[in-house]
Write a protein that binds this ligand. Sequence first.
Ligand code: NAD
Length: 480
Amino acid sequence: MFTATPIADIATIVDRARDAFERGVTRSVAGRRATLTRLRTLVVDHEQRLLDALAADFGKPAIEAWVTEIGFVLTDIDHTLAHLDRWVQPERVPTPMSFQPGSSRIVREPLGVVCVIAPWNYPVQLLLVPLVAAIAAGNAVAAKPSELAPSTSDALAALLNDLADPAIAVIEGGVAETTALLEQRFDHILYTGNSRVARVVMRAAAEHLTPVTLELGGKSPAIVSAHANLAVAAKRIAWAKFLNAGQTCIAPDYVLVQPSVHDELVRRIGDAIVEFYGTDPATSPDFARIVNDAHFHRIEKLLDSGTTAVGGDTDADLRYIAPTVLTDVTRDEPVMGEEIFGPVLPVLTIDSIDDAVAFVNADDKPLALYVFTEDEDEVDRVLANTSSGGVCVNAALFQVSNPHLPFGGVGESGTGAYHGEFGFETFSHRRAVYERSTRIDPPILYPPYTQSKQRLLRRALMISDPRDQLAKLRNRLRRD
Ligand code: NAD
């Protein structure tokens, strides 16, 4: 169980982090590397404590917890350490002819003090990965774990306090503490969670004109075509859906499948569930529990939609909901009205891929979209006519694990992105620097603006940059 940070202390804690930032504690790249290396060691040292906390909070299976939380953070730190020297280099950019002699570059600067607010479902990864990016970019950080994973919040606070870094503050607590935290002035806020609270965060940020990254959720569809490899699609969908008992922001929320393969897909997903978790998933050590009673009862009500084709068992005392597949579901049923965020998979039939596209587009832009087909033309049609935070073709969840891909939503599923260099960029200010030689100082720009100066100025500004001319030529060649 965690100890909530006294509300009266929150301003002082954030001020301390700001003071450390202003004293330049976070600036040196060597110092950032040292902090990240110490953080890595602490994660390794605290591994068992974190795994135990995750198991205590909602029965997160140890191997899932290692892969999606501990290992995820370690690889993220390793990736950051491997590339940080390159990311921090000033980026030389061209300088137009009319601004010569001179040079231009973009310099990545830390923003200041950034606030990271994490949810409960991947409570380690979703706190530490943004924190790593913020440190890499040279910021001080105020980190707030979720109160809904209280043991993990406690373990994370212990780990970060062990860092004893004046530029890293941990605030523990729920709505009251987060409200007090959001009253402070930050230079960036990265919030992960639901879109209702995202609006609260954005309103609070507006008070200080603080930019935000909002990592949200929504209903992420999986489209299964009649041309899919069903054996593989069924396994990949079942794995992605029932990992963490469906409490994954990018889990396939529902399936849209063509009628000719509907029955086989449902049967194969049922087979995959037995293969993964046995005939009684309640006894499987590899299947997580629902995080709290409120979420348990919310998800349990969704089981009334459609027909239960697989699963459906529940146990309120253990907050257990079996991996469940619902068929004969229509769009107006409760299970299709909200993000499920639990181990319940509605399977709906759609006549064609174009109908699936129309179905997806009738809703908000999802965080993830999955399409299973062996037909490249269908892949192209889905990609060209939909929008989502990320996409996997013939896979699910993998878009989140590649540090070379940005992770973030679009529209209702989020604003901004992070992971790898994208996280470094999110927490950096791109400062434009132009340096001009003083060797010559033509008077053309200075008043008084005589007729001849005006003529010269117009001509000078209209000289096209050779790079623009080259690009135009390339475009023409490509079109012809
Ligand atoms: P949650 O309840 O843990 O809340 C997230 C954070 O918001 C917590 O730290 C909490 O203290 C804070 N909070 C809650 N109410 C608040 C309020 N009124 N004012 C200020 N702060 C408040 O998590 P959740 O929102 O239930 O998370 C689940 C949602 O998050 C789902 O929609 C899921 O899809 C989404 N999610 C998105 C991602 C992503 O990376 N895009 C990852 C995980 C979860």
